[in-house]
Design a protein around this ligand. Structure first.
Ligand code: FEO
Length: 170
């Protein structure tokens, strides 16, 4: 059984993951509006990945006998001046999510909730990957600057990404 504080914090994280999904969906729409289909496709994969994260927390709360309580999802930003600005925004966002996961881990340690610590381990590693993949695109966009052929090349590269539902425990 989850302790009250832990349950509240995990419920809050479900909302944060759902907001992440919503933010990426808003970015997909932005990239579609500027005809960068590869970037938009990359965002769609990220939308699905964040939903998967949210559902992973949802299932865990249920598994531990807790009740999931859903809250309103904040309105995401809708426009960015450049692809670089959008990716800098999500890098900052992912760094914030990393700090949320770290705080959850601190709380689980404080509450001596060993099962939740083990559960959160997956997210600690996942955030390393998330920050690295977004950071790589930020670096490339900084190199490209205003070079449109560089941008089209990157658009094609990002468009290759697909989301496959991870196996349980992956
Ligand atoms: Fe669910 Fe991008 O962190």
């Amino acid at each position: 059984m989850l302790k009250k504080k832990m349950l509240k914090a995990l419920n809050k994280q479900i909302n944060a993951e759902m907001y992440s999904s919503y933010l990426y969906l808003s970015m997909e729409s932005y990239f579609q509006s500027v005809s960068l289909g590869g970037f938009a496709g990359w965002m769609r994969s990220q939308v699905q990945e964040e939903l998967y994260h949210g559902m992973k927390f949802y299932d865990y709360v249920n598994e531990r006998g807790g009740k999931v309580t859903l809250e309103a999802i904040d309105k995401p930003d809708a426009d960015w001046k450049t692809p670089l600005e959008a990716f800098e925004h999500i890098l900052e966002h992912e760094q914030m999510v990393t700090s949320l996961i770290n705080s959850l881990m601190d709380l689980a340690a404080k509450e001596q909730d060993h099962a939740t610590k083990i559960f959160l381990q997956w997210f600690v590693s996942e955030q390393v990957e998330e920050e690295a993949s977004v950071g790589e695109v930020v670096d490339k966009l900084r190199l490209i600057q205003d070079n449109s052929s560089g941008l089209f090349f990157l658009d094609a590269e990002l468009g290759k990404r697909t989301f496959t539902l991870p196996q349980k425990d992956d």
